[in-house]
Design a protein around this ligand. Structure first.
Ligand SMILES: [Fe+2]
Length: 244
């Protein structure tokens, strides 16, 4: 493992960008108080980002490397192609953009932005065990055929992006998309929203909603269940057993 982070250079953040970040962090920390899972709470503390100022990717990359052996990668201001995404994961590299939503669209952004990545995802990547499981998606995807690749992307999507996790009998937010979208967090826990136990067959048959909110959310019992899901999927699809 090299200490090089491949992180993007310090982006040219504007004052408006910093203000959007500060406002979103303030709003979401308050909104998730009842919904944040313990992995997020502990991870956010370890990540130790400035709630007022957007982070310097190089500094965050070095910090993550020391904590969990992950670093940051450079992403364009759009969705990465799935092939690129999983190649980054395989190399223990989390891709980040330099874009943050405009102030008039705080509720929901169709593109993953800085708030989604730094606030939604990175707390989880401070944990080495979660990092190991996330990394295992990479080689599994790369060993897979076309249908399987789509299915593995959905396994990722409905756990790390939009999953719900059980914690001491309560349901908590797990997916980064729930942490970074005030609107989607509310939808995921609304009384009439279907929330069902994670089931591989059902998940691989469910398309992710990239530009809209989801209809159904899937519940995992704990982080280790994601490792079990990957092992079960590999076994049934006769793919190489993930080393996790
Ligand atoms: Fe994401």
């Amino acid at each position: 493992m090299t200490a090089q982070t491949h992180a993007p250079a310090m982006p040219h953040y504007t004052e408006t960008d910093h203000a959007v970040w500060a406002e979103l962090v303030r709003q979401q920390l308050a909104q998730i108080e009842q919904r944040a899972c313990r992995e997020f709470v502990a991870g956010w503390r370890r990540l130790a980002l400035d709630p007022q100022q957007l982070p310097d990717p190089a500094a965050v990359g070095e910090h993550l490397m020391a904590l969990s052996g992950w670093s940051l990668g450079d992403a364009q201001n759009a969705y990465l192609e799935a092939d690129e995404w999983f190649a980054h994961l395989a190399r223990r590299r989390f891709p980040v953009t330099n874009y943050i939503r405009p102030p008039e669209r705080l509720e929901f952004t169709p593109l993953p932005d800085l708030f989604h990545e730094y606030f939604g995802h990175l707390a989880f990547f401070t944990d080495r065990r979660f990092g190991d499981i996330a990394q295992a998606f990479g080689p599994l995807y790369q060993a897979a055929g076309e249908r399987q690749r789509l299915e593995i992307a959905r396994l990722w999507w409905f756990t790390t992006e939009f999953g719900i996790i059980r914690e001491d009998g309560a349901l908590k937010a797990f997916g980064a998309g729930l942490y970074s979208s005030p609107g989607e967090l509310a939808k995921a826990f609304a009384p009439n929203t279907p929330r069902v136990p994670f089931d591989i067959d059902q998940v691989v048959a469910t398309a992710g909603a990239k530009y809209d909110m989801h209809d159904t959310y899937f519940i995992i019992d704990d982080v280790e269940q994601i490792a079990t899901i990957l092992r079960d999927y590999a076994r049934r699809e006769r793919l190489p057993e993930p080393h996790i």
